[in-house]
Design a binder for this molecule. Structure first.
Ligand SMILES: [Zn+2]
Length: 349
């Protein structure tokens, strides 16, 4: 049954509010506010559905794998790289899904309650997970917001359409820091995530600390190579052509790290289609800036990008941001980043 939040949760909340002071919220509302009651209801329904034989609780026996829940498949890969054979990792948002429009199910609530560790990204990307966590009330659970401690770039998509609804509710407790949540698209930030994952797993499962350390060391070396590769390929694109029009606002950290200019976003708000004026503006920007390609992302309907590309007379290509793919194109974080820079580089040269 639901118990009070653990101390870990409370400490983390303090960190959130401290950061919020540096990046004040202006009427910003989060997905997690959509339905606290409905999510709590989901968990109750799940536990009731399991009956007395339900698997609520968690806590692995000796020799069993530690159970880890993450919100997005990109982070699942990072945790699997560090956790190796010792960790079983479950991504709540399935491959191909969008964390920004995701609705948790009773099954997700159950999986969360059984997990010893939960990794969330933070900054509003996956804040719905916090209702699942508090409903689960697993005091033994370690919850880590991976982006905590990184300096956010302002902007990023939020759920503007839900704002009015929550104004009415007068809900203050779930505000979050402002800034773009897509840190991992700069490899240096992914390395930061990996270090935090290593430290967390080592703390929760001290017997595996050496293994986590070794896995992380090897993987961080691969990420260093990946970072070099992206810098090299980006650097070979003439500077005046290093301009991107992406589908949603996921690439500011990528752009900053690798020297690109973000000149347009097709979908300002992942939950609402843009109007004809916005579409016309994107088309005009593409023409003025002579951008050769419009990038789609698999978690969104490509129809809109096709329309824009057709009107502007440019190519359409797919990039990866919030989800991996089932195939090898973006089957891992590393593959995803290589495919992205290869496609950008081919389209821009
Ligand atoms: Zn996103």
């Amino acid at each position: 049954m639901p118990r009070p939040l653990s101390r870990k949760l409370c400490r983390r909340s303090k960190g959130l509010s401290q950061r919020r002071e540096r990046f004040p919220i202006e009427g910003q509302r989060t997905l997690r506010q959509i339905g606290i009651c409905s999510v709590a209801g989901l968990l109750v329904a799940f536990v009731a559905g399991c009956g007395a034989g339900g698997a609520a609780g968690g806590g692995a026996e000796a020799g069993e794998k530690i159970q880890v829940a993450v919100t997005i498949s990109v982070v699942r890969d990072l945790v699997e790289q560090v956790g190796g054979d010792r960790a079983e990792v479950f991504s709540i948002v399935p491959v191909g899904g969008s964390p920004e429009t995701f609705q948790p199910s009773p099954r997700d609530a159950g999986r969360i309650s059984e997990s010893q560790v939960v990794f969330e990204n933070g900054l509003g990307l996956d804040s719905w997970v916090e209702d699942l966590i508090s409903s689960a009330g697993n005091e033994e659970q370690t919850v880590v917001e991976l982006s905590e401690g990184l300096e956010p770039i302002e902007g990023g998509e939020h759920e503007a359409e839900h704002g009015a609804q929550h104004e009415e509710e007068g809900e203050q407790a779930h505000e979050h820091a402002e800034g773009n949540p897509h840190f991992w698209l700069d490899v240096a930030n992914a390395e930061y995530y990996v270090e935090r994952i290593r430290d967390t797993l080592s703390e929760v499962d001290p017997n595996g600390a050496e293994e986590y350390e070794a896995n992380a060391r090897e993987y961080l070396a691969e990420l260093e190579e990946l970072d070099e590769y992206i810098k090299e390929r980006a650097g070979s694109i003439p500077e005046e052509r290093r301009k991107l029009v992406t589908f949603h606002d996921a690439f500011p950290y990528f752009a900053e790290a690798y020297g690109f200019e973000l000149i347009g976003v097709v979908l300002e708000n992942p939950e609402a289609e843009p109007g004809s004026r916005e579409v016309a503006e994107v088309v005009r920007t593409i023409e003025e800036e002579e951008v050769p390609v419009v990038f789609t992302e698999p978690q969104f309907n490509a129809g809109l990008a096709d329309t824009i590309a057709g009107e502007a007379g440019v190519e359409v290509q797919e990039l990866y941001s919030d989800t991996l793919t089932e195939d090898e194109t973006a089957g891992t974080y590393e593959a995803m980043m290589r495919t992205n820079i290869d496609r950008i580089s081919e389209a821009s040269s």
